[in-house]
Design a protein around this ligand. Structure first.
Ligand SMILES: Nc1ncnc2c1ncn2[C@@H]1O[C@H](COP(=O)(O)OP(=O)(O)OP(=O)(O)O)[C@@H](O)[C@H]1O
Length: 303
């Protein structure tokens, strides 16, 4: 169907966040039409989405592309949007929606749709984690294991993370990591090692409070092993509250890094919520201001 109105593509993930999205297309299309935009939809399948989305964006003439899902959907849209140079926004419809929170995007779906006609466009950094695109947070260690278990479970939503974390914690043994960055070297045990472009996990844990999405740097945030007496409090904080004042946190700020687990050929890494097994060492590189994003027009936050 041809239209005079600028077209906006919405990438809908039908399974994200355990949210029923059956009425959503109708709502989005109606609100967009009221504001002189023509909404089109791309439904993710979980298979070949990068290739299919790239083709869809190349064949169309889209003013913007919106990820309507969680952080995995935002990662998919970001890697393709960057490739085809179309700005992206996020309609938060996942379990955690960490990147949308870092961008100051409201978690109210209808309000977030205002980004279609009222926004501030900015360029943010992106990362390559052993060749895998990351725009938000990746990690090795405990959280990667929880994400991997979560991905095999049949329940989505934040409650499932907490339940799995509690189960896994009881038998978890922190590994020893060797981290070489362009600034310094660290070697020692860690409970988890987060590679942070952004600040905040979907659970609202601020793992990297000083990080900025557009400063050309990323942070490696370590949570070092903690005594058993502190365990429950830390675990609770990690999945429910801010975690920026812990005595067990260390940060390495850098532009390049290599992370290995001595004695292991392969390691489990979660990248923007997706679990992957990659060869050790894990290499991390930054592409400065390589992705155009649409944040709130009123947003004063310096990200
Ligand atoms: N049609 C589909 N059927 C099954 N899985 C899908 C489908 N479309 C996408 N996926 C999978 O959904 C996952 C991404 O979900 P997403 O991260 O957006 O939501 P979430 O995990 O609920 O939220 P968050 O990451 O914010 O916690 C990817 O693993 C992707 O392969």
């Amino acid at each position: 169907m041809s239209t005079q109105n600028p077209e906006v593509l919405f990438v809908l993930n039908p399974v994200s966040g355990d949210i029923d999205k059956s009425e959503l297309e109708h709502t989005i299309a109606g609100i967009c039409a009221e504001h002189g935009r023509h909404a089109r939809f791309f439904h993710t399948t979980g298979e070949q989405d990068v290739t299919q989305l790239e083709r869809t964006l190349q064949e169309g003439n889209y003013q913007a592309v919106f990820a309507a899902g969680g952080d995995g959907t935002a990662n998919l849209v970001a890697q393709v949007a960057r490739q085809v140079a179309v700005p992206m926004g996020i309609i938060p419809l996942g379990s955690g929606n960490g990147l949308s929170k870092d961008l100051g995007i409201t978690q109210d779906v209808v309000q977030a749709l205002e980004l279609v006609w009222s926004h501030r466009e900015r360029a943010i950094d992106t990362l390559s984690v052993s060749g895998h695109f990351s725009v938000h947070l990746a990690d090795l260690g405990f959280n990667a294991l929880v994400v991997e278990r979560f991905s095999h479970g049949d329940t989505r939503g934040p409650g499932a993370y907490v339940r799995i974390a509690m189960q896994e914690f009881l038998s978890y043994e922190p590994a020893v990591y060797r981290i070489e960055t362009d600034q310094e070297t660290f070697e020692g045990p860690a409970f988890m090692v987060t590679i942070a472009n952004g600040n905040t996990f979907g659970s609202n844990v601020i793992i990297n409070p000083e990080g900025k999405l557009d400063d050309g740097w990323f942070e490696i945030c370590l949570i070092e092993p903690f005594p058993g007496t502190a365990a429950l409090g830390i675990l609770y904080q990690l999945y429910t509250e801010n975690f920026d004042s812990s005595a067990y946190t260390r940060r390495l700020r850098c532009q390049r890094a290599s992370i290995s687990v001595p004695g292991q050929q392969q390691v489990l890494v979660q990248v923007d919520g997706e679990p992957l097994t990659v060869a050790s060492p894990v290499t991390v590189e930054i592409s400065s201001r390589s992705l155009q994003v649409l944040g709130p027009a009123s947003e004063q936050v310096d990200y």
